[in-house]
Write a new protein. Sequence first.
Length: 504
Amino acid sequence: MLAIIPSATLLGVEGRPVTVEVHVSNGLPAFTIVGLPDTACRESRDRVRSALLSGGFAWPLKRITVNLAPSGVRKGGSGLDLAIALGVLVANGDLDADAAKDMAFVAELGLDGRLRRVPGIVPLTAVVASAVVVVAPDCATEARLAHDGQVRVATTLKELVECLRGDAPWPDVVHPPDDANPPLIADLADVRGHELGRLAVEVAAAGNHHLLMVGPPGSGKTMLATRLPGLLPPLTSAQALEVTIVHSAAGVPLPRGGLVRHPPFRAPHHSSSMVSLVGGGGAYMRPGELSLATHGVLFLDELAEFIAPVIDGLRQPLEEGVVRVSRARASVTFPAKVLLVAAMNPCPCGEGGPPGACPCNEAVRHRYVRRVSGPLVDRFDLRVPVMRPNVDDLLGAAGGEATVCVAARVAAARACARERGVESNSEIPSTQLDEVAPLTRAAAALLRRELEAGRLSGRGLHRVRRVARTLCDLHGGDDVIADGHVAVALQLRVEPVAIDRFVA
């Protein structure tokens, strides 16, 4: 007898519908799974058998063949366990096929028959075409975010079969209220001094401009970076769903309401590998930290300590906003619209400063900063020195401007950008800069001198104009960009060849 049960599998951050076909026939007892299953899928044989026996069902001593269609798509994970178990029951005649009509099942089975959550429940249920989807109880809140139909739950396989037969009512699905409160983020008012650093953080948040801070240890680079997410506006509905899908696919815990409503902040360690940072892998294509920070902040502390090929892998995604990972059997695309913030020391000892204060000579400093390639440094719109604040700033009673005040200006600047048809000024196409960021004659002359001196590349020219546009928006200026805004934008962007002289 043949049974057909709908389910889904995960490839990258996208769900793929899967039809689980189970055939039970006479012959030598055997259990075979075909359709490009990975190791976790093949091991479902033992989980399904133990779950059925634990639920009081008989295991058919027959030949069981499970086909995961379409057969040309690789299947991964344990989310097909429940569909396979129900297929065995239907194909063996223990459950009426009409009982599971127009229903899909996505859950892992424990050896005791308990339904367990699987990573990626949001994208998995999003592709299910059935009117009803059955998941583990702790997945119901996530499943309702993407599934248009009804979401039902069951604690165990035995309870699920009783509900399908009509012998017991379906358990109530309790959805916790959304957590509308933003995550706890330290206030920018705690930062003492750092006028240039505070300005750079504000401009980065307002225009989504990538920021590089260079300075000695303890100068406040990490303090500034960790306060930047508080300046960003809440995610839109589309952005929140996209971030939630990525976090769900990666197995990252979601908020109580299921939906990620605030910009994420990710700070991977400098020992991170290429796969963990950019994404990819073998059979299981997982999103990396770059994708997990989508529509939020990716903070790379100790940038020069990262493996050079790893951070160079960020260059193309930073330009395109997506990560394209190609393998022999599959190709996936991960979102990567992030605000990149990085921090590094000026030299191996970290002190920098004039000769005598730092034991590192000029050659050592050059060699250290060259760990970060010039093309990657060129992706940073803002490159600023962060010096240790003076004693009066540290011991003074007055702090800086609060986060709520700066966030209001950032929101106003973002609103100006949306009127131009982009989410932020960093996304303004170069072909539209003359229209949305016109220059005065003095501003154009200043940029010409920088280009003729070789201190700006073509990409750098466009980035400086976008930063100047953001500065003008923050100060409520005219539509035409003056030379003062361009001068500040250039001051916030030290040329790559001089990065080791930030704190010299």
